[in-house]
Design a protein around this ligand. Structure first.
Ligand code: HSE
Length: 397
């Protein structure tokens, strides 16, 4: 029997417990031996829980228990989660996490310790919730040079944007509804400002390249600047707008960024709605793949966590394919060098014609819009200094 512990009995942690209880026989069959929850660490009071005896507030009860070989960290945040994860790995236990903030910030260090101790640090649930994307990238597309990873990595913003398109809601109203439904937090910053997606694209590109992509290098812009008027222009252009995490590799270097993008309606990402996520992967042999599903929520996220636990029961030894190492800064392509086409709104057309050579304009309520040729972000910044744009949105390519 494999004994596991759970740190953090919130939405995901309690989901892990429920899957272990509810799918006990399935887990035994798939893992090859029974899996049981021996301890749950949480500072809150669970004395009324039907298995109250499992709960503890003392981390050492997990750390010093030799029977526990796998620990699930679903507490989130950095401070305690970092100390606990490090101590657990150093003590020779494998750790499974859904904590994208921690993986993105300290993954390289944890993989180094996991290698030294010949244990595993797995993080399938940290990106795309219940969608299998880490394991396929680590295993199934190994024969490829992965040239691009892009997608809708944040369910909250996708819900807000879907509402703006389908119900003509303003950003503020859609955010309020998302908060009412529990999709967005009271402080929505991490979601709406692209920070959550920034962590997730960092993790994906770190996995793809085997080198840590520091979040601080990843340009992240959220959806606060998207207005009902942008939505109306997007519809005229046969597009939708999605918050996209976008990474690519070129000449041995890597780029990653997060921003709202105009997505043509014939691109599969345009039909990903509400809280769903989708990740598109382009390999030089397999071509385009798309992974789609629930990017958040109790059971989907816990499903990914328990999948990792089963993987470790089957193969408890360190596996380099999921890991990445520290990288130097020259490995990263600066955002200014990203090449794309851009949708630009202007109050008057003359200057845009002169500076961008723009010819085709779409009329809006109070202004005009045009789409640039392919230019770098650096060129874009130089040019827009002359035209005072109302808004700019990158086109997905
Ligand atoms: N806040 C995240 C989202 C939860 O909206 O996608 C899952 O990481």
């Amino acid at each position: 029997m494999k004994k596991i512990a759970i740190i953090g009995f919130g939405v995901v942690g309690s989901g892990v417990y429920e899957i272990v209880r509810q799918n006990k026989d399935i887990l035994t069959k798939k893992a090859g031996e029974e899996i049981d929850v021996k301890r749950i660490l949480d500072i809150r009071d669970f004395s009324a829980h039907e298995e109250a005896n499992l709960f503890t507030k003392d981390f050492n009860e997990l750390l010093n228990d030799d029977e526990i070989s796998i620990v699930v960290e679903t507490m989130g945040g950095i401070k305690f989660a970092y100390d606990y994860t490090k101590a657990l790995l150093e003590s020779g236990k494998s750790v499974v996490t859904s904590n994208k903030e921690l993986v993105a910030a300290h993954g390289d260090e944890f993989f180094r310790i996991a290698k030294e101790k010949n244990v595993r640090y797995l993080y399938e649930a940290s990106v795309g919730g219940g969608i299998p994307v880490i394991r396929p990238l680590a295993n199934d597309v190994s024969a490829n040079d992965i040239v691009k990873v892009s997608g809708i990595l944040n369910g909250t913003t996708n819900y807000i944007l879907t509402k703006m398109f389908k119900e003509n809601s303003s950003f503020e109203d859609a955010l309020k509804t998302a908060q009412k439904l529990g999709y967005a937090e009271k402080d929505p910053t991490a979601d709406v400002d692209g920070i959550d997606a920034q962590r997730k694209i960092s993790i994906l590109m770190s996995l793809v390249t085997g080198k840590k992509i520091d979040c601080a290098l990843v340009n992240a812009k959220g959806i606060r600047t998207i207005t009902a008027e942008d939505v109306s222009y997007a519809e005229k252009l046969g597009c939708t707008i999605k918050l996209i995490g976008y990474g690519y590799t070129k000449d041995g270097k890597v780029s990653a960024s997060v921003e709202p993008m105009l997505i043509p309606k014939n691109c599969p990402l345009s039909s990903v709605e509400d809280v769903f996520n989708a990740v598109m992967v382009k390999g030089n042999m397999v071509d385009d793949l798309m992974f789609y599903g629930r990017g958040a929520g109790k059971s989907p996220t816990a499903s990914a966590v328990v999948g990792d636990v089963i993987d470790i029961v089957r193969s408890p030894e360190y596996n380099p394919y999921f890991s990445w190492e520290k990288s130097g800064e020259d490995f990263f392509i600066p955002y200014e060098e990203v090449t794309a086409r851009f949708f630009i709104r202007v109050k008057e057309t003359e200057k845009a014609k002169e500076v961008f050579g723009a010819e085709d304009f779409v009329s809006g309520k109070d202004d005009f819009a045009f789409i640039t040729n392919e230019i770098t972000v650096r060129q874009l910044r130089e040019k827009i200094a002359e035209i005072s744009p109302v808004n700019i949105i990158r086109l997905y390519n």
